[in-house]
Structures are given as C-alpha cells and as structure tokens.
Design a binder for this molecule. Structure first.
Ligand code: NAP
Length: 253
C-alpha cells in the first residue's frame, strides 16, 4: 500500500523543515522528487543528495512561490526534465513575528498572504495545467487557520493566509474533480522546524504548549510527510477537499 514508485513529485519549500520531511517520505514510498527552495540552495542540495542515495531521482529548483514568473519557470523546468507531474506538495511558507493588529504593517500582511496563500494558488494553477487524472495536490494549512479554534492572537496575517488555504483547497477539489485531480490539505500542529525553534527553545513556553498536546510532544516533519505520502497515494483516491489535522490532538484538547 501507499506505493509511489514511478510518480513524479514537486515539493515547494523542500529545502528545510516540513518540506524536507515531505520530500523524504515521498521518496521512501518510491517517488522521484523535485525540491523547490527560495534562497537556501545548499540545504536543498543536501535533501536531493539524500533522496538520490535512496535510489530515486531528485533535483533542486529555485523559485519564489509568490512570483508568477518564478512559478511558471519552475513548472517549465520540472516538465522539461520529467514530462509529467503526479504530486504537488504545496508547502512553502513563512510565519510573522506575533504582533497585535495595530502593530501589523501592510508589508507584513502582504508578504505573508503572497507567500502562504497566493503561492499555493500560483503553484496549483500551473500544476492543474499539466497534471493527468489520478494526480494529487496537497496544500499546507495549519491548526491556526480559523474555524476550528486554535487561535493564538497576534497572527492575523498568518491565520488569514491559512484560512484562505482551506478555502482554496475546498474550491479546487470541486473545480478539479472532473479532471480527476484530488486536492486536499494537511494542517500541521506545532512541528519542530526553524519556524518554531525560538519558542520551542524556550523551556517555559515549550512546557505550556506540550501541556496542551495530548500526544505529549511536538510534531516532527516526518509526521506531516507521512500524511502527505498517504494523500498522494492511490489508496487515498476517494479523499478530496479534506483537511487532515496532524497535530498530536491539539485541536481535540
Ligand atoms: P521552515 O522550516 O521555516 O521552512 C520554510 C521553507 O519554505 C523553506 O524551504 C524555505 O526555503 C521555503 N520558502 C520560504 N519562503 C519561500 C518563497 N517565497 N518561495 C519558495 N520557498 C519559500 O518552515 P516549516 O515550519 O517547515 O513550514 C512549512 C509549512 O508548514 C509552511 O507553510 C508553514 O506555514 C506550515 N506550518 C508549519 C508549522 C510548524 O509548526 N512548523 C505549523 C503549521 C503549519 P529556503 O530554505 O530557501 O529559505
């Protein structure tokens, strides 16, 4: 089950953190993986080397997912190399420093919305142009996406961007149903990556968060990677328009 042998996958923001975990999990299941990065080429190359050592194909591709011309070029590079794309893991994203709304600048709002939400739209748009029936798009939302609790405060731009991802996912699932393309989202809880290292590294703050997580630990990138690999598989073919919360029970608590 969950065999991805011969499938071609593109993971945005695959150079670090959750994207790295997704890329490696997809490769473990047999997929070949294109690893997108924004600025950290060296880290992306390390991920590609690890995947090649597993006997899969891998290459890196630079693009700022918030820029249409970069995204169009990235998909052209992937298609030139492989001639097809079966899986898009729309993962690239950033988080702001928490600031109350009166301290939130236009620049902060625009950069978060453009990278986290517009970026997933732009990549999905290019993917749908080239994907064949049976292909899978997996977006990345968050427990901080609204509608399900999990409010943090001071993260308006981030929560708005991730709530937008949930809406985008549902609409694309309907839009792409007749094309045979499944569109789902994973919604991570608190995962150990560069994005969260500051507060996870603060023992008092970390203790407070852990107390709220029924599984009693922070998530690892592979926890999200496993869910993405499942959603990318043929076995998940009847799942579309869904948001899978991978949060150690955070939202249930
Ligand atoms: P991370 O460790 O900070 O890694 C971010 C990744 O996104 C890097 O690969 C980075 O590329 C890439 N990236 C950033 N801006 C980009 C841009 N404009 N164009 C292309 N790539 C860009 O973050 P993470 O924690 O793994 O988060 C990954 C995703 O999960 C994000 O969408 C985030 O919102 C979501 N998420 C994370 C958590 C969590 O607790 N960590 C929880 C819920 C949701 P470079 O390496 O080149 O900079």
């Amino acid at each position: 089950m969950f065999d991805l042998t011969g499938k071609k996958a593109l993971v945005t923001g695959g150079s670090r953190g959750i994207g790295r975990g997704i890329a490696i999990c997809l490769a473990k299941q047999g997929a070949d993986v294109a690893i997108n990065y924004h600025s950290k080429k060296d880290e992306a190359e390390v991920v590609a080397a690890k995947i090649k050592a597993m006997g899969r194909e891998a290459f890196t591709v630079q693009a700022d997912v918030s820029k249409t011309e970069d995204v169009v070029r990235m998909f052209a590079e992937v298609m030139a190399k492989w001639g097809k794309l079966d899986i898009l893991a729309n993962n690239a994203g950033i988080a702001p420093v928490a600031t109350s709304i009166d301290q939130t600048t236009d620049e902060q709002w625009d950069s978060i919305i453009n990278i986290n939400l517009k970026g997933q739209f732009l990549c999905a748009r290019e993917a749908v142009k080239v994907m064949k029936p049976g292909s899978k798009i997996i977006n990345t939302a968050s427990i901080a996406s609204g509608g399900v609790g999990g409010g943090f405060g001071g993260l308006a731009s981030y929560v708005a961007s991730k709530g937008g991802v949930v809406g985008l996912t549902e609409d694309l699932a309907v839009d792409c149903g007749s094309k045979g393309i499944n569109v789902n989202a994973v919604a991570p809880g608190i995962i150990e990556t560069d994005m969260t290292k500051e507060f996870i590294g603060n023992p008092d703050v970390a203790k407070g968060f852990i107390a709220h997580i029924p599984k009693g630990r922070f998530g690892k990138p592979e926890d999200i990677g496993a869910a993405v690999a499942f959603l990318a598989s043929d076995e998940a073919d009847y799942i579309t328009g869904a948001v899978i919360y991978v949060d150690g029970g955070w939202l249930a608590a």
